[in-house]
Structure formats: structure tokens, C-alpha cells
Design a protein around this ligand. Sequence first.
Ligand code: G3I
Length: 452
Amino acid sequence: MTIRPRFVVLSAAVAASVLAAGITMIGTADAASTLGASAAQSGRYFGAAIAAGKLSNSTYTGILNREFNSVTPENEMKWDATEPSQGSFNYSGGDRILSQGQSMGAKVRGHALLWYQQEPGWAQSMSGTALRNAMMNHVTQVATHYKGKIYAWDVVNEAFADGGSGGRRDSNLQRTGNDWIEAAFKAARAADPNAKLCYNDYNTDGVNAKSTGIYNMVKDFKARGVPIDCVGFQSHLGTSIPGDYQSNLQRFAALGVDVQITELDVAQGGNQANIYATVTRACLAVSRCTGITVWGIRDSDSWRTGENPLLFDNSGNKKAAYTSVLNALNAAGPTNPTTSPTTGPTTGPTTPPAGGGGCTASTSLNSWNGGYVATVRVAAGASAVNGWTVSLTLPSGSALTSVWSATNTGTTGAVSFRNVSYNGQIAAGGYTEFGFQGTGTGPAATPACQVG
Ligand code: G3I
């Protein structure tokens, strides 16, 4: 790896002559000059929430096209927008955001499949099984419409209560049964196996009762094979930031999920630029923090009227907060975040499995009447693995309906799964995971694993 100097260092004599000549030295030797390009140096994205209705404003689109490499629809993919009457879908606004993102070569975050706010009127008045069915149909239909085009979906938004309970927020969604969140994630996975599936919430900016409640849910989901790939931290911040902001991100990442800053904005006060830089540095310091999204472009675009919480002023000029974010991004070394949604730590158990080299596979099943989701962990022994194939036999009556983070051969009986490009290499003692969904009953026996 070539380490390039990031700052020009001048001797005192040279500096003095430069100053005397009135020449302004640019401090960085190779810094990128936009948010997206700077974030991309470490394999991350820097995005903005955008509104379809503003795309005709040239100041707005000028900044958008120049600075960002990810977009999130501020409202256009929400339930009220996409299914205004039951079973009748309207994707015009969402498609407009998607095509804007595609024209920029940007990652498109989907926001949000299920949220207790911005439910269409018809859903607000529903409950019980009828609502549960409508919820799952909504997830399936919208995720299917955007299949293969969304980088990450906020599958469920803001389902936890504020305050000290650490429990779920009451809503008509919650009243359909505590398993509504995992049911939504399974439906989303089945509809779009390649989108990262996120849980997204606010007031989770440090270790607190609410973030710990979410942490416990994610831990439980991972243990039971419920498909979850990422947690979104909205980060609507005031004039301070908890001291454990980074370590809170890190504890979620250690569960084996990506973390993303999804709706960042910071009240304008003495500390705005510093808080923005602190958030940026925290994301850069957590290898599974894959990117940052700000919730709007100019202050005048913000939902926080009067707080001027964004990176550009009402006229589209860069604020001090913009410069602090850019500098923080450029100060990061050329490292890469862990980009796979399902790749575990490269430092695994201290005692490698018996048998030395090779690989082993183990399956955890989450079953219901008529179907199941299997999560398969592929672990390297004492030697690194470069390519793997897992083989198993499905019980009679079982057929694969979707596979993620692997490619399969066969859908019934004897089937095998081969690594995809990003998870074939496993460090000695490390592991990766892939999954599949099927009808009938899942496989009970331990799968075979072969290297190469
Ligand atoms: O589109 C209608 C328009 O036709 C109507 O004339 C007008 C009258 O009020 O309302 C317009 O809809 C508004 C919509 O934004 C689009 O501008 C809604 O009233 C308004 O409630 C809605 O606010 C959005 C809010 O979510 C809804 O709760 C904000 O733009 C949006 O920034 C905000 O975003 C949320 C995230 O999704 C989740 N996290 C919190 C974040 C901030 O609240």
C-alpha cells in the first residue's frame, strides 16, 4: 500500500517566504473536495434526504449533484405516499427520487416501509389481522417494486418508546403482535434479497434505555436468524452530543450489523461544526459504519424550521459545519469499512475449530408453519479460506424461495451454496454468514463445508 502524504509540511523558512510572497498554501495534498468523494476515500457514502418537489430548483440540484453520493427520499417512499388507498400503489414520487439517485450513480436508501407515522388514513383505522396482512402486503409490494435498486431499506422506523422503559412504542402496528418487526424483515428479505435491511430510530445517540432496548432486539434477531443487516441512527442532535456516541455505534457493529447515520442534523449554536465533525469521526472510526446521510440540503429545506441545522445556508452557501465535515472525512486514512452485510469479524474465536484448516458450517433456523429462514455460518479453521461451498439436503417437501449472500445450485433435495464475490475470503478463525428462505421444513442436519 502506498501511503501518500495528506498534508504539506513546510519548513519555517519556506513558510516565511511563502507568507511574504502573499501565496496561500492549500493544506491538503490530495484531499477530495466534495462530501461524497471524501467519504468514498474510505469506501463510505455521504448522502442527503431529498424531496421530489425540489428537484426543479437549480441551486438545490446543483449542490445535490456536486456533493452527495447517496440519496434518501424524505417522504416519497413512505406508506401514505406509496399506498394512498389500500392495494392501490403510487410510485411516482419514489421513482422520481430513484431516477435522480441513479443519474448521480448514488446509493439509494429506501425510507421507510413501516412507520406508525404517515400511515395512510385507511391503515390508521385498521387493527388486528387485517392490519397485519395489510402491513406485510405493503412491505412485499413496495420492496418488490424497488427490488435490486435499493442499497438499504429502513424496514421499520421508530418502533421503540422514548424514556426509560426500553420497550416498544404503542401503535396500531405494535398492537398486531410483538413479532410484527421480525415479520416485516422476513417479508422484505423475501421480496428483495440484496437490499440491506435496517431498523431506524432517533434518540439513540448514546447508550441509553431506548438504544439498549433496540440493541437487545438486534441481538435477539441475530441469534434467531431474523434477517437484519443494519441499524440506522437518525442523529437529530441539539447543541451537544453524548460522549459515548461512537462506542454506542461500536456495540451495535459488534453484533454483526452495519451501522449508518441516517438523518443527521444539528441545531445551530456555538457547537454545530464541532458536533458534525464528532459524528463524522465516530462513523469513520467504526469499520461497519458504512455512511452518513444528512436530513436535507439547505437550512431552508429542513423540517426543523428556524434551527438552521444543515450544512448549507438558505442561499446554498457552505457553512462552517460543511468545512468541518469535509476536513474530518479527508483526515481519514484510505481504509475501507466492512461492506458486506453478513461478514463477521476477521478476528474470530481464539481457539480455531478442531481439524485445523478447512471450513465448517452451522445452521440456525427460524421456522413457522409452512416455511423457514435459515442463517448459515461458514467458519474458517486455523487457515484462511479463499472460496467455499456449503452442501446440505433439504427435507422432502421443502423448496428454496430465496438465497442471500451466496449463489445456490438446486432448490430441492441436495442443494449447495457457493460464496459470492465479497464473502469468499475468510480469515483464519473468522466467519461469514449467508441465508436462505424456503417452504416446508428447514434442514436439521449440519451442512458440509468445502474450501475452494
Ligand atoms: O405533501 C403535503 C402537501 O400536499 C400539503 O399541502 C401539506 C400541508 O401540510 O403537507 C404536505 O405533506 C407534508 C410532508 O412533510 C411533505 O412536505 C406533511 O404535512 C408533513 O407532515 C411532512 O413532514 C415530514 C415528516 O417526516 C412527517 O412526520 C417531513 O417532511 C420529514 O422530514 C419528516 O422526516 C422524518 C423521518 O421520516 C423519520 N424521522 C424523523 C424525521 C423528522 O420528523
